[in-house]
Design a protein around this ligand. Structure first.
Ligand SMILES: Nc1ncnc2c1ncn2[C@@H]1O[C@H](COP(=O)(O)OP(=O)(O)O)[C@@H](O)[C@H]1O
Ligand SMILES: [Mg+2]
Length: 274
């Protein structure tokens, strides 16, 4: 079953009067349980594509179906929900909150999902144990190595049990040994059924995936046979180029004196039972 389908996606940035076409007619079909690599040189549009796949940004035109849902028909709030429940993110530079412990970072998505504090801590500890950091729960990111930070980020990405893991150059800032550990964790997650889409410009990293798509100058090079979903080439135009309002990875949060999170008003948390 197709878990994710992009059809004829275009993305053009506007800088003043200048139009910068970045993605040009990208079509991609990802099946549940796939492990895909997207490879391309710097500036080829990889991060732009990842932001669209991750519902962090919208295409200028095209169609996008995630778990059968028409992504572009959703409003911002629904997109946030869809993102929180469907997708885990891992970034090259980890995007951890620097003043918070590993455990506090990991449980952040659970807070948004309205999980009680007791449960959050329990799930968070297990998630850290899974990535081999059960003895580092109270360490701050500055007290962890790069590889350990990325493992904290993976634990955070997976704590809501999303079906899809999106990773943008997950080993780009790491030494080879740490990168290998990250690849081992990805392998295990994929074995458990998690669909992985990983962006990289390193062949050795891409080799861990089962399929590779090559992007150059905003276009896939040679479409793999199963890259194009079907003959449907109709294009629904979507003019809304909006920056997404929130992603837990991009937002700095406030904490009360006990070190618990204070959700922003716009990020209403339901069913919070302490
Ligand atoms: N917000 C933006 N506004 C204008 N141009 C952008 C923006 N983001 C990215 N670009 C341009 O889009 C192209 C692709 O960028 P990006 O997707 O980050 O590439 P990659 O991740 O493959 O290095 C680059 O030429 C970049 O300058
Ligand atoms: Mg990039």
């Amino acid at each position: 079953m197709s878990i994710l389908e992009l059809k004829n996606i275009y993305k053009t940035y506007r800088q003043g009067k200048l139009e910068v076409p970045v993605l040009k007619d990208i079509s991609l079909n990802v099946e549940e349980g796939d492990y895909c690599a997207i490879m391309g040189p710097s500036g080829s549009g990889k991060t732009t594509l990842m932001n669209i796949i991750g519902c962090l940004d919208l295409p200028s035109s095209g169609e996008y179906y995630l778990g059968g849902q028409d992504v572009l028909a959703n409003n911002d709030a629904k997109l946030s929900d869809l993102r929180l429940n469907s997708i885990g993110f891992v970034f090259q530079s980890f995007h951890l909150l620097s003043r918070q412990s590993a455990l506090e970072n990991v449980v952040l998505p659970l807070l948004y999902a309205g999980v009680s504090k007791k449960e959050r801590l329990e799930i968070g500890r297990k998630a850290l144990e899974r990535v081999g950091l059960g003895d580092r729960t109270n360490f701050k990111p500055t007290q962890l190595s790069g590889g350990q930070c990325q493992r904290v980020a993976i634990a955070r990405a997976m704590v809501n049990s999303p079906k899809i893991l999106l990773a943008d150059e997950p080993t780009g800032a790491l030494d080879t040994a740490s990168g290998d550990q990250i690849m081992e964790i990805f392998h295990q997650l994929n074995e458990e059924g998690v669909t992985i889409i990983m962006i990289t410009h390193e062949q050795e990293i891409a080799d861990h995936a089962h399929k590779t798509f090559h992007i150059r100058d905003g276009q896939f090079l040679v479409p793999a046979a199963d890259n194009l979903a079907n003959e449907d080439i109709s294009t629904a135009t979507n003019d809304a180029i909006t920056e997404n309002v929130y992603s837990y990875s991009y937002v700095e949060h406030e904490f009360d004196s006990a070190g618990d999170f204070i959700p922003k008003e716009s990020e209403a948390v339901n069913n919070e039972s302490e």
